[in-house]
Design a protein around this ligand. Structure first.
Ligand code: ATP
Length: 324
């Protein structure tokens, strides 16, 4: 491998910049040329990339978002699009690609490899922590801290007014964010895609805690929770079926993806960048770099895409006990 390109793809997450920096600097360390690709796979197709050296990535380890920009590329889903990408890379003499993104981005990388035999390596960047083969994805820890901060602030106003807040957090398919911030933010209940608490049990539980003397309550709701109502319908239902609380909704939205990466995410990104480049230089391809038992491990991209992460049931139980 003589020239490696790096791109960020799919939804952005805090720590992507730190990972780009780590890839670029590891290349510099090993005297390998490195190219930054703009707008994810779009940039490959457009030939929008530029050579980067160790100094090109100064001052970004602490920045949220991604300096390389991210995009979703329809054209890369077509054979013609990928052919253009391959031609552009070949013309520049680039012979390895590091993709920082989620499972969709990894699927694209894998197909690209299968078609052209082009070496690819994945770094999991998404706040949802929904990728198999790593205990933490890049950005997850930062997002948890961002959301807990927001919950703490909402709690202040909730307890001043005897309010019950439904707070929606990201997580269409998985409840990792909801479970963790629910416990850390002292939520009364946590609604996640993996479990259906049931409306009646929810109301019963909230009534019980109200009667036990609580002056405010917070229910953390993952976007994809299974209770079968959207968060505003949920609010209306609970409003009609319980007394003593003024019920409000707060949808946190995209603020969860922003902000300076936490120390944990910066360290993780640095480790992942080093591992991704060094594995590639060792002739490995089609892997995702992950954190398992505090070690950097490689998982075949195929497994990373197909494998499912599971919620930690112990956390559910801890949450139940804590809301006593
Ligand atoms: P997030 O976790 O934020 O959803 P992601 O990487 O899963 O991140 P996607 O939008 O699913 O985000 O995928 C990013 C890009 O990867 C797509 O826009 C597309 O260019 C490419 N991609 C995804 N699936 C395929 C596929 N089956 N074939 C080719 N390219 C694909």
């Amino acid at each position: 491998i003589e020239k490696i390109a790096v791109l960020t793809s799919g939804g952005d997450s805090p720590g992507m910049n730190a990972a780009v920096r780590a890839v670029v600097r590891t290349c510099a360390f090993h005297n390998v040329e490195c190219y930054g690709v703009y707008q994810g796979y779009e940039g490959l197709i457009e030939g929008d990339f530029k050579k980067m050296d160790a100094r090109s990535v100064k001052g970004i380890i602490n920045k949220g978002g991604t300096i390389l920009k991210s995009a979703r590329s329809k054209e890369f889903r077509t054979k013609e699009g990928r052919q253009k990408a391959y031609d552009n890379l070949s013309e520049e003499g680039i012979d390895g690609l590091v993709v920082i993104g989620g499972d969709g981005s990894f699927t694209g990388a894998l197909i690209f490899n299968q078609e052209f035999g082009f070496p690819v390596m994945g770094i999991p960047g998404t706040i949802d922590n929904d990728i198999f083969g790593t205990s933490h994805t890049l950005g997850f820890d930062t997002a948890l801290n961002t959301v807990v901060d927001a919950i703490d602030k909402i709690r202040d106003t909730a307890s001043s007014h005897n309010r019950l807040f439904f707070i929606e957090v990201m997580g269409r398919d998985v409840g990792h964010i909801a479970l963790n911030v629910g416990i850390a933010g002292g939520a009364e209940e946590i609604l996640i895609p993996e479990e259906d608490l049931g409306l009646d049990r929810l109301v019963e539980s909230l009534n019980k805690s109200r009667k036990s003397g609580k002056s405010s309550s917070i229910v953390v709701v993952a976007e994809g929770d299974k209770i079968g109502k959207n968060i505003f319908e949920l609010k209306d239902y609970v409003d009609e079926n319980m007394e003593g609380y003024d019920v409000r909704v707060s949808v946190l939205g995209h603020m969860q993806r922003g902000g300076a990466p936490s120390c944990f995410d910066r360290v993780l990104a640095s480790r992942m960048g080093v591992k991704a480049v060094e594995a590639m230089l060792n002739g490995q391809s089609n892997y995702m770099v992950g954190l398992l038992d505090n070690k950097m491990e490689l998982t075949p991209l195929d497994n990373a895409i197909k494998g499912k992460t599971k919620i930690n049931l112990e956390l559910l139980r801890v949450s139940d006990i804590m809301s006593t």
